[in-house]
Design a protein around this ligand. Structure first.
Ligand code: FES
Length: 74
């Protein structure tokens, strides 16, 4: 995947942990690829207790990262 101007919809499983990019520079957005080690920042470690669909920010403008807050529509 790569960054996009809409959210990423991801199906997660109970017990799963995702490392989502917090620096905005990953080449595999929205997932951390380790690029933060050279540019600064750190990933969001998100753990889930139930199977569900999440909507992760793809545009970089969300005020509630790592999740979409609708800012891409502005
Ligand atoms: S690559 Fe962005 S937080 Fe790890």
């Amino acid at each position: 995947m790569s960054w996009q101007q809409k959210p990423f919809s991801i199906d997660v499983k109970a017990g799963e942990t995702l490392y989502l990019c917090g620096c905005g520079q990953s080449k595999n957005g929205p997932y951390c690829d380790g690029t933060h080690k050279t540019v600064g920042g750190k990933p969001f470690a998100e753990s889930f207790t139930e199977d569900k669909k999440i909507h992760v920010c793809g545009c970089g403008k969300s005020g509630g990262k790592p999740y979409c807050d609708g800012s891409h529509k502005a």
